[in-house]
Design a protein around this ligand. Structure first.
Ligand code: MN
Length: 314
């Protein structure tokens, strides 16, 4: 049985893509099941509730040699702990290729589009399979989430075309209203503990010399209510300090992305982080906050700049 799952600290794409891809493989005669590597965020919980889709179970500890399919990620730092012992048979992803190695020839599908959901739609079409209403709604939700309804610079024409195609199949008449409801659900953070907020959309990236990389943790809070987050700045900085020590990080950043205004104000823990932001992005940190302007994509704007900054001299 093929275990299909997305990245740690799952977002809507990570969860829905596991569900949709497991369904697609099953229809193609591959025994596959969807799993998740963490708790869903508020947006994902909203989407699943609205669509009446059951949350996939947490991935159980897999024995060495178990067959897996990765969706929406490929780097070991963002995956299950014993990934190196597992048999990665398939990857469907729209991120940069990281440290993945496999024992046998895998099926790989990578394209630089805004969302794994966009790729899954293509896989259905290429297989000549019809799109079920629920799958259409799941893929549509993932695309709206990953692209912030086309606000993110990661958006491609294929993501827009996919939403145009999927909306009627999904029976979603007002895509704009549906996206805003998703973002509102995501922003309704209540009294969520600060460390949970930090880790909700959080990824660790190795930078610099591959033989001795330094690990940076980069969290993102995409919200329509940034004021709520800034009121909790002190707590969040304390959580960043804790996570930095606990995870042995060289640096930690938490970007607060205002979805509707498309701006990024990043919480900066200390002098190390402030120096890197100054030298890599040319921005000054004031009161542990740096204004990164319209750099709202971790994947396309923040991480590539840091990779170039930390790259060992050729
Ligand atoms: Mn994604």
């Amino acid at each position: 049985m093929l275990h299909v799952f997305g990245h740690l600290n799952p977002d809507t794409d990570a969860i829905t893509s596991a569900v949709v891809y497991a369904g697609l493989l099953t229809r193609q005669g591959v025994e596959a099941r969807a799993f998740r590597l963490g708790e869903p965020n508020f947006e994902t919980a909203y989407v699943l509730r609205e669509l009446g889709v059951e949350l996939p179970p947490l991935l159980p500890e897999l024995p060495a040699g178990a067959a897996v399919a990765l969706v929406d990620h490929n780097e070991s730092a963002q995956s299950v702990e014993n990934l190196a012992e597992l048999r990665v048979l398939r990857v469907v992803d729209h991120h940069k290729l990281g440290d993945l190695t496999t024992a046998s020839p895998p099926y790989l599908r990578f394209e630089p589009v805004g969302c794994t959901g966009t790729l899954l739609l293509k896989l259905h079409r290429e297989a000549g399979l019809s799109i079920e209403q629920q799958d259409a709604a799941l893929m549509l939700s993932a695309i709206l989430s990953d692209t912030l309804h086309f606000r993110s610079p990661t958006t491609t024409g294929e993501d827009r075309d996919a939403v145009d195609f999927l909306a009627p199949v999904a029976g979603i008449k007002n895509v704009e209203a549906y996206a805003l409801a998703m973002f509102a659900a995501k922003s309704d953070l209540g009294d969520t503990p600060a460390e949970t907020l930090l880790r909700m959309d959080y990824k660790a990236f190795p930078f610099g010399d591959p033989a001795a990389p330094q690990l940076w943790g980069i969290g993102v809070i995409e919200t329509t209510n940034p004021g709520y987050v800034f009121r909790r700045q002190g707590e969040l900085l304390a959580a960043m300090d804790h996570v930095k020590a606990e995870d042995g990080l060289s640096g930690v950043l938490l970007s607060v992305v205002d979805i509707l205004n498309e701006t990024n104000h990043t919480l900066v823990l200390g002098a190390t982080e402030a120096k890197v932001l100054r030298e890599a992005f040319g921005v000054e940190t004031q009161a542990q906050l740096a204004n990164l302007g319209h750099l709202i994509s971790r994947k396309k704007q923040i991480v590539p700049t840091l990779e170039r900054y930390f790259a060992p001299d050729a």
